[in-house]
Design a binder for this molecule. Structure first.
Ligand SMILES: [Zn+2]
Length: 280
């Protein structure tokens, strides 16, 4: 029978075990969300068993901690981010701003913060796309963290300055517009086809992951080349666009060339599952 003096969400009896588990959770939340570890510390007392009845206290502690995390993330973090010159991208698409995250995880993990000019540019491009394709929206992936340019965002190290955001391609399923095959937008690629340039094929690097086991997932949809080409051209037309990164075989397949459309270094992530937008 568990001692009534036990006061942690962790079932282990060892204090060292509990400390290490808490430290690991702190580091993991800090790496993926920047402020998640700090929020964990702030609400640590909520995690303690003594606030709840004996039997249900572990689940109640977990649910309460998650609720505190969500409340701080959605209500407090955006207020402080303004002091660092960052604003959150829209969490849900509207007629005025037809822009949404590919997954709500980007918002819950505070990875959707950018400089105001990035948000304005993406919304302007999304409105222009919606005029041509009613009901369409731009889905974004990783933007940046809310606080400071020095904190690295893995694996997108260049996103730390708040001037970059990754955008999903447009897809077609049974003739209808749909979202990317990957539920988070990354790692299911539009790989080079026969005859297309593939300068980095067979040359793995630290952040260039091929993810072979994922490549057959949700392939009941195909890249909507016409709409993705229009999205690319619409973004390139925006005066604030500094550059867009896209794998060279997709530049060729979509038949788009522009001085601001570039091809990334081998050390960077693959850009045939998304396009990387950098704003002045
Ligand atoms: Zn990027």
């Amino acid at each position: 029978m568990r001692s009534i003096k036990q006061d942690s969400i962790f079932p282990a009896d060892s204090r060292l075990h509990k400390f290490l588990a808490g430290a690991l959770l702190f580091v993991a939340l800090t790496v993926v969300s920047q402020v998640g570890g700090v929020i964990l510390l702030l609400c640590w007392h909520v995690c303690r068993y003594r606030l709840f009845p004996d039997e249900a206290r572990r689940w109640l502690a977990f649910v309460s901690s998650a609720a505190v995390y969500c409340a701080v993330t959605l209500l407090c973090v955006p207020l402080l981010a303004a002091a660092f010159g960052r604003v959150p991208m829209p969490m849900f698409a509207t007629t005025e701003a037809p822009v949404a995250p590919r997954s709500l995880l980007y918002c819950l993990l505070n990875r959707h913060y950018v400089r105001p000019q990035v948000k304005e540019l993406v919304i302007a491009a999304a409105r222009q796309m919606a005029q041509k394709y009613p009901g369409s929206r731009i889905h974004y992936l990783d933007g940046g963290f809310p606080y400071g340019p020095k904190f690295p965002m893995l694996p997108h190290l260049s996103h730390a300055d708040g001037r970059k955001i990754d955008l999903a391609f447009c897809y077609n399923k049974g003739g209808k517009y749909t979202v990317s095959p990957s539920p988070i937008g990354y790692w299911i690629y539009e790989s080079p086809e026969r005859g297309e340039p593939a300068p980095y094929k067979g040359k793995p690097s630290l952040f260039r992951w091929d993810m072979p086991l994922l490549q057959g997932v949700n392939r009941d949809r195909e890249l909507d080349e016409a709409r993705t080409r229009d999205l690319l051209r619409t973004l390139l037309r925006q005066p604030g666009t500094d550059k867009i990164l896209l794998e060279i075989h997709l530049q060729q397949r979509l038949n788009v060339s522009h001085p601001r459309l570039r091809f990334q270094q081998r050390q960077a992530a693959r850009h045939d599952d998304h396009m990387h937008l950098q704003v002045n």
